[in-house]
Design a protein around this ligand. Sequence first.
Ligand SMILES: *Cc1c(COP(=O)(O)O)cnc(C)c1O
Length: 845
Amino acid sequence: MANTMTSPYELPGADIDGFEDLVELALDLSGTWKHATDRIWRELDGTLWELTHNPWAVLQTVSRERLARVLAEPAFRDRLKALIRAGREQSGVASWFEQRYPQAPFTSVAYFSMEFMVSEALPIYSGGLGNVAGDQLKAASDLGVPLIGIGLLYQQGYFRQLIDGKGYQQALYPYNDPGQLPITPLRTPDGEWLRLEIVLPGYSVWLRAWQARIGRVTLYLLDSNDVANYPAHRGITSELYGGNAELRLKQEMVLGIGGWRLLEALDLHPQVCHLNEGHAALVVLERARSYMQRADTDFKTALTVTRAGNLFTTHTAVAAGFDRFSPALVTQYLKRYAEQQLKITLDELLALGRSRPACQDEPFNMAWLACRGCGFVNGVSQLHARVSRHIFAPLFPRWPTPELPIGHVTNGVHMPSWDSAPADELWTRACGKARWLGCDESLTRSIRNIDDEALWRFRTEASRVLIEQLRHRLARQRATSGASLQEIEDARQLFDPSIMTLGFARRFATYKRPNLLLHDPQRLKALLTHSERPLQLVLAGKAHPADTAGQALIQQWVEFIREADVGHRVVFLSDYNMQLTEQLVQGVDVWLNTPRRPWEACGTSGMKVLVNGGLNISELDGWWAEAYRPEVGWALGDGREHGEDPAYDAHEADALYELFEQEVLPAFYTRDQANIPLGWVARMRESMARLTPEYSTNRSLPEYVARYYLPAAEAWGARSADNGALGQEIVTRRQRLDQHWSDVAFESVSVDSGDHQHWFRARVKMGELLPGELLVELYADASRGDSGVCQPMSCSVQPTRHNNVAVYETRLASCRPAGDFTVRLRPSPDGLLGILEEPRILWQH
Ligand SMILES: *Cc1c(COP(=O)(O)O)cnc(C)c1O
């Protein structure tokens, strides 16, 4: 039931018949990816819709007369009713998840993220991280995975960008009027606005709660802009990624601690808690605190039980990317929480965020805390997981990095959000309407059946639409920055639909090398102005307001465009956001990505062109390191890391020019009699057919379910059963290890070789520990074509009361010299969450 009472503003047409359907549609963000819904809003107010893509603002703005007239049209009402019906029917049918896991061990997963990119109308995102979060919620709605989003409502969101005539970036902070956002205040059954209290040093902070609906999924948002708050606290949620470390810590307290309290206030008890990046790490403390209270137990036991249900997804490829707070700041903000709520000492708290717990000046690292508090950790691509195992190595001293417990789920994007209306039609014709609603193996085959002519027509039409949009956008951009009428008029002539369009839009950070193409301006200019095979280039991207180096890169482009006099072939558009992304990924021929390997953890923008038939040229980093095949696009780099070596950058820039000159442009401009570039279309087809299903959330979300949500829910179920009996047992077991581990040692290791066998025997001083509590393994590294060996040894002589030495032995075929092997020993992993939970290990010296 729509509740028009929830808007702080009066809605002009509230009493008109059919209006409640519009409200229902406007407040359901799943409409944002249904092309048929766009038509409804366009009809009500085309201009406002194009400018905002905010249905709620449209509803608040349109006149009564207009609403009454449109709602009186039977055809409009029919379409509206059909959309509402389709939404409700979808909620009624058994989803992919219900069919696939009828007995699932979880009823909900709480998904915590500092940002969510769901819709242009809800500007609470910055970039890639928010994109992953938003697409995860959207896919959960489509697939019926019971996810609950938890985030913050920022009064100003992330900064908005204006680029002045000299190429300087100006940061703007327009106010997000919550009354105009497609969200509603969260009210208790008796109508009271739900407010939560968290304690900061000296004061309480009141948090207001909001909800956004995304089909079957709800996203809850907290904000601190409550009149009851001390003025300094009203601004905690003012800005995403702004302010200093202190503000960031306060925001993270609101997200982690406030977020879990919100779930409790709503009587929601998710079995699994998914931390999207370390910003949300404080939730592991609050979840444990709430468990302490419910099970009447101590923090250690509570963390042992709750950890089993926590998953941490890390997104950065450099250690400097983690949030770290000074011990003084943590003391100021969390000492009382630790002592009074968690009943632990400040030092115990600080130790959870340090690699060396006793090191007093080591900062408090949110990723370390997340690792300590989660039973599962993953990176966002295969390469990123490998890199992460190195970054997290300080938490696992003496472990071989390949064994570190960091898995991966390569990101995918929610295809229905990024496809154009014509792409939607093309895919629907080839693969049916339900193609993104579950695993469908036949997509690849169906797309391969589309003929050259249809594919090329689709692509040329997309180019035409993009160029129109770019002209419009550039004209507006120029008009608002005081350009002359001539300049505004020129914007309407921008680009040529018959020329190949290259897109490059992303955060302007130095590791992404947005200026790689500028390495040799003359050579670039020659590419742009080639008489037969020219190139046109559209650029966009923001640099964080504190990142002066990133801002200089923007300026460098603006200067190049002016000085090389290539304004008809290159354009830099300001204020890169979701709407601009949509236009670009739907229309460009080629998408370029030039990060320094391995610093792009995954990257998602390149995945958004797949469904629309765009091709990728990218460094072999992140997702492209997995996806690239010569049949689907082009690769830059040799698949190795070269650091920040300027000579290598120069080498790659040369390789990039050459790629354009020798391969990409000739492929685009080599046509058959019907003017179709057959080689190009073949690549398009393979890229669409093979990569689109693979790099969609239709693949990645089911992977999260199978690899993490199900095991985490099961582990949490086992540990929390019988009031946490298993959790308690694990704590006791680990306490014995704390006491006696230092007495464990190798007394001797011997090997007998012969008869094509090695026979290893290890004598181990056990202290008080019993053979069942330890695991002894024979280990050899993988090297020179030999695969690694890790073979358990069995206890052949038990320790006795007089002689607490046990003997372990094993035999193996002597394919490798005995000297390759080492014996190692660790606590028995049975029933534990692997190395993550129990990283102790001892090696034969
Ligand atoms: C998709 C997207 C991103 C993430 O793209 P990368 O490939 O990680 O650079 C960032 N910002 C916006 C607006 C996007 O739409």
